[in-house]
Design a protein around this ligand. Structure first.
Ligand SMILES: *Cc1c(COP(=O)(O)O)cnc(C)c1O
Length: 550
């Protein structure tokens, strides 16, 4: 063990040591590694403190902006990390933390990540990745086949072709969506006559050449915020992302979509892409993909499906029909770091046609030469890690039927929880689960009755108070640290589309048992009692409503 008073020194020799010699057998780091390997969950439970520390307090630990002049021993620093960082992290893999899309990870990914980090391959070009490049292309092929189901001949022809690409591996759904729309934009504004294409001449000249007044991408009002970033980055502006109205089940209305496209075209605005969402982030709803595909074909738009969260459902033969029509998409986003249980940093976009990505191809002299198999010629990102290895390993170790079990149990658990909520007379299920995501709120039945009877003005007022209550319960529950659900804002038909704050639950963690779901409701019911003033205000309004009725 390193004695307390000894300080580390700066010498080239000690620097060489950190590049080569592992820590001693009884160093803090070695002990931590042992504990981690023996029981990861126990380690996290022990080191993450449950009670929430105010962020302002935590910030004090991270307030010094100077780079240290004095080096620290690895073990000492590790202890510091445990105390100030790990302890105040979020226990995302806890079975009672059911508010996140990223949850527990299979254990085998930890040691495998270590191998990946040790190899430190750079997937941007083949010289720095070698076998990792064909591996990544195979992973893209697997996901492509999962979506589009082409035959062996197709994959042996295109998967490893230097001049083609079935998709791009990237850090997440945001980059995947940007990539898909980048391809769609460049294909819509491609070279023609004297015009050399938007990628060469830019948006301004492209618009002049094609004579458009503007460009648009259409998505339902439940579209993910990453699409706004994409619209901004691609130069069409956030207003170029046009929101289309949804039905009672938070799915895009195809008629409204078609009407909007016609309206835009009449204004000489080119709608170059339509996005169908397969698993919205807020409610897990799936758009009618077949109808959207039909409209896209008719109106000559690129059809992109944002299946960042819901795409993994295709692994289940029992539920993949929920995504019927996805195979008609020109491109599809899937996040492996959501329901494929891979660590953060694993997103993918797949293209139906192997030559679709030609429109964003980039070459350089010293790297990404023409005809090379460098993945970097078709990715927005440059240097990239070998994350695909973890997807590859999980596909083999878990296998498709294994994923099917994971997907099925999560959907069935969500159905169970929805039924359980509906049996309670003090909770209201707001959105039914299509996948493993649902929303609800705490509204005792007599308050629901009052909501039904109230005038528009009273309903608005009562709903505002209920929103405050939902917010209070969600925050207090999070701060207490035993369990966590997230919250979002919806406009349910039942209450005249009023802004309604709801609890949002994602049941992806296989470790979450049904007993935990019951206790989450119990805790929320208890927390409601901790807001007596707010509850009294609600009850007074309910009284008024009941009296104005009789
Ligand atoms: C999570 C998500 C994204 C964004 O993915 P990141 O990996 O967070 O960048 C996009 N769309 C949907 C529907 C998502 O659920």
């Amino acid at each position: 063990m390193v004695s307390e008073h000894k300080t580390a020194d700066v010498s080239f020799e000690s620097l060489l040591r950190i590049f080569t010699v592992p820590e001693g057998p009884d160093s803090t780091l070695t002990r931590i590694e042992e504990k981690l390997s023996r029981n990861l969950n126990k380690f996290l439970r022990e080191h993450i403190v449950a009670e929430e520390k105010p962020l302002r307090e935590i910030e004090k630990d991270f307030s010094n902006a100077s780079i240290p002049e004095q080096p620290e021993f690895v073990s000492e620093h590790t202890q510091h990390l445990l105390d100030s960082l790990v302890s105040h992290s979020v226990h995302t893999s806890a079975p009672s933390f059911i508010g996140h899309m990223t949850s527990a990870l299979p254990y085998f990914l930890m040691p495998l990540s270590k191998i990946m980090i040790a190899l430190n391959q750079n997937l941007v070009k083949i010289e720095t990745s070698k076998a990792f490049t064909p591996l990544e292309r195979q992973v893209l092929g697997m996901l492509h086949r999962l979506i589009y189901g082409q035959d062996d001949k197709f994959y042996s022809q295109w998967m490893h072709s230097a001049n083609h690409s079935l998709g791009a591996f990237c850090s997440g759904g945001t980059i995947a969506n940007i990539t898909a729309l980048w391809v769609a934009r460049n294909n819509a504004l491609r070279a023609q006559g004297n015009f050399k294409g938007v990628e060469k001449e830019g948006l301004f000249k492209a618009m002049k050449h094609y004579g458009y007044e503007g460009l648009a991408v259409l998505v339902s009002e439940r579209g993910h915020y990453s699409l706004k970033k994409a619209a901004d980055v691609l130069g069409i502006g956030q207003e170029g992302l046009v929101a289309v109205k949804t039905d009672n089940n938070n799915r895009i209305c195809p008629d409204a979509l078609h009407a909007k496209i016609v309206e835009l075209k009449a204004q000489n605005i080119k709608p170059f892409a339509v996005i169908g969402v397969a698993g919205t982030t807020e409610t897990g709803s799936i758009d009618p993909l077949k109808s959207i595909a039909q409209i896209c074909q008719q109106e000559d738009c690129h059809f992109h499906v944002d299946a960042a969260w819901g795409g993994a459902t295709l692994m289940s033969n029992n539920y993949r029909h929920l995504l019927d029509g996805v195979e008609l998409a020109d491109s599809v986003t899937i996040d492996a770091h959501k329901q494929l249980y891979i660590p953060m940093g694993a997103g993918m976009v797949l293209f139906k046609k192997p030559d679709a990505m030609k429109s964003i191809e980039h070459h350089a002299q010293y790297i990404l030469r023409k005809g090379s198999k460098d993945l970097g010629s078709h990715t927005l990102e440059g240097s990239r890690s070998g994350m695909a290895m973890l997807v590859y390993a999980a596909m083999h170790i878990i296998s498709r039927p294994g994923y099917e079990l994971l997907i099925d149990q999560s959907i069935e658990k969500a159905k169970f929880f929805a039924g359980h909520i509906e049996q309670q007379d003090d909770f209201e299920l707001v959105s039914e689960p299509e996948l493993c995501l649902l929303t609800y709120r705490y509204v005792p039945s007599h308050i629901q009755t009052a909501l039904e009877r109230s005038s528009d003005k009273q309903r608005q007022e009562l709903n505002d108070l209920l929103n405050e209550l939902t917010k209070f319960i969600q925050k207090r529950q999070r701060e207490t640290g035993k369990s966590f659900v997230s919250r979002t804002r919806l406009n349910p038909e039942r209450w005249g589309r009023l802004n309604t704050i709801v609890f949002r639950v994602v049941l992806a963690n296989p470790l979450t048992g049904c007993d935990i779901l019951g206790s989450v409701l119990k805790e929320q019911r208890e927390i409601a009692k901790q807001a007596p003033k707010l509850m009294a205000k609600i009850e007074r309004l309910v009284d008024t409503i009941n009296h104005s009725q009789s």
